[in-house]
Design a protein. Structure first.
Length: 284
């Protein structure tokens, strides 16, 4: 066996080992969610269920208790949908316009402004909790889904601007200059030339923002009210709700339900995420 073949076998073996360690927790969660309490107590952690039982999934979705609220994850899941969809769309569109301005319509001080904007990428979100709560209180948006949408738009703006600015910097300036000579203005160039070329970075930003917003716990627990808690907060409350018998199957089903949207996004659109990351990597 040649050295090249051995190295390839070693690489694939390491990849399979890494895949096993990453997928093992998901496997345990999945098989546990289909077991009943007796199977969980008496069976092996890795054993398959005797039969596919959906009772835990039904309880997790519609009737499991989170504290004194026994409506399952459904209301929290819908809150996350109402929060994530507009926040993702608004922050992505906002970042696209910012990146377009900072890369193709530069003005005096634009680089300095972009440098200050980058501080938002590296700033820990715990720093903004108190001032953001004061702003939401001033605007009358405390403990509301609209307030959470605003928080996530502002929190993600630095990152989306960075993505689009770096991507648009690789677009030939001659295209924009030719459009200006033909009389095209700011918005016409953006919609007719720039946006049609932005599909790769749009996919990257949409996936990135959706994952961050859907999985966020810090802002959800800090700025939500009783009727606006996202699914991550609901899942935490459900897992920490005490009862006489711990329902591990219900907790596992709830965890999969909470993570299902982001898993589906990566399974269905993961290839576009990789292509988009590499599309703007080289300028020229």
């Amino acid at each position: 066996m040649s050295a090249k073949t051995l190295s390839r076998v070693a690489v694939y073996a390491l990849l399979l080992l890494a895949a096993f360690f990453f997928l093992a927790p998901l496997y345990v969660m999945l098989v546990t969610s289909f077991k009943d309490a007796d199977e969980i107590r008496s069976g092996n952690l890795l054993s398959l269920p005797g039969a596919l039982k959906l009772e835990a999934w039904s309880l997790a979705w519609s009737s499991a208790c989170t504290g004194v609220d026994c409506r399952g994850l459904k209301p929290y899941f819908m809150n996350s949908v109402l929060m994530a969809v507009p926040a993702v769309l608004i922050s992505t569109a906002w970042g696209a316009v910012n990146g377009y301005v900072l890369s193709m319509w530069r003005f005096r001080g634009s680089e300095v402004l972009f440098g200050f904007l980058l501080f938002g990428v590296f700033m820990p979100f715990q720093v903004v909790l108190l001032p953001m709560s004061q702003v939401l209180g001033f605007l009358g948006l405390s403990s509301s889904i609209v307030g959470l949408v605003l928080v996530h738009c502002l929190a993600g703006l630095a990152g989306t601007t960075l993505f689009f600015r770096n991507y648009y910097a690789a677009i030939p300036r001659e295209l924009v200059n030719a459009a200006r000579i033909d009389g095209a203005g700011f918005w016409r160039i953006f919609w007719r030339i720039v946006v049609p070329m932005s599909t790769p970075i749009l996919m990257v930003t949409l996936i990135w923002q959706f994952t961050n917003i859907w999985n966020d716990f810090l802002f959800g627990v800090a700025f939500s009210g009783a009727d606006s808690k996202p699914v991550t907060v609901g899942l935490n409350n459900m897992a920490n709700t005490t009862s006489s018998v711990k329902s591990y199957n219900v907790d596992m089903a709830a965890a999969i339900i909470a993570g299902l949207p982001t898993m589906l996004v990566y399974v269905l659109a993961g290839q576009y995420f990789v292509k988009g990351l590499t599309a703007g990597a080289v300028k020229g």
